[in-house]
Write a protein that binds this ligand. Sequence first.
Ligand code: ADP
Ligand code: MG
Length: 339
Amino acid sequence: MADIIQLLPDHVANQIAAGEVVQRPASVVKELLENAIDADATSIKLIIKDAGKTLVQVIDNGKGMSTTDARLSFERHATSKIRTAEDLFKLHTKGFRGEALASIAAIAHVELKTKQEHDDVGNTIEIEGSIVVSQEVVVTPKGTSVSVKNLFFNIPARRNFLKSDTVELRHVIDEFHRVALAHPNISFALYNNGSETFNLPISNFRQRIVNIFGSKTNEKLVPVDEDTEVLKISGFVGKPEFAKKTRGEQYFFVNNRFIKSAYLNHAVSSAFEGLLKNGTHPSYFLKLEVDPQTIDINIHPTKTEIKFDDEHTLYALLRSAVKHSLGQFNIAPVLDFDR
Ligand code: ADP
Ligand code: MG
């Protein structure tokens, strides 16, 4: 009988992997911002054109890459962040899969410029659809710039599936907010079609929230602080009278990574029981710190969902911490006559 199984060529495998990691321009934004943070940047600039469909560029002042690493960074499963499977449970970086750059380069035109601090010159590499078009020496500042142009140029179905610029820009800005909120100790700027949309100086968490959501936010914030053996909670919840009909400003960060969790959301909402008008949702900006050994981040390619060993305990601690803060700040139940 004839053998029919073949190994897929790299560029095909990369394109398949890209389907999982890159859904839209905002996915590229997330991956590039996270790489800049992992490179210990203190200043990160995001430049986009046409909501990221034409260009997503991230410029950082981080540690840069050597000539060999610059080329290797585009290989699949090539990462400087883990060495062994056990490292998955000691993660202190955003990345670890070594897939983002390979995936992005499979479905876009990518230009990388990078230089390490003590090198005189850096490297620039151009890759189009997994094919290296050029690699040259270049004069460039310390750090890394990655430009991603013409996303999905070789997958028309994906490109056509993208939403309007307004919708895609919303996703890009949401992603930018999540990353910027998680890292107030890094300065971030966002330029959209040539104009500066955000310029966030290095600050603390409260100030970062205010810089993003406006000065009126300051008076709405009630601090939450709880330090237990299994969980450290810090951050803010919005006062009940500022709750909204939409679920806009709800942020959980676990070990500085934005995550979505309906379960933890419920813990917070239930702490607000009796304090909210019907049909409104509290806003919150909560940072949870747990031992990396007690969570599994590797359950979803975009890492926005994670698995906790002991969800029930976290739920109870979170609920009680929020309740305690609301009580401490004398927040009385609202008399809701429309009920
Ligand atoms: P991962 O982040 O999971 O390791 P990526 O494909 O995103 O995978 O990046 C591959 C590697 O390229 C990283 O492990 C890192 O060593 C290097 N790299 C990527 N972006 C940067 C950057 N902005 N600065 C320095 N090194 C980078
Ligand atoms: Mg990465």
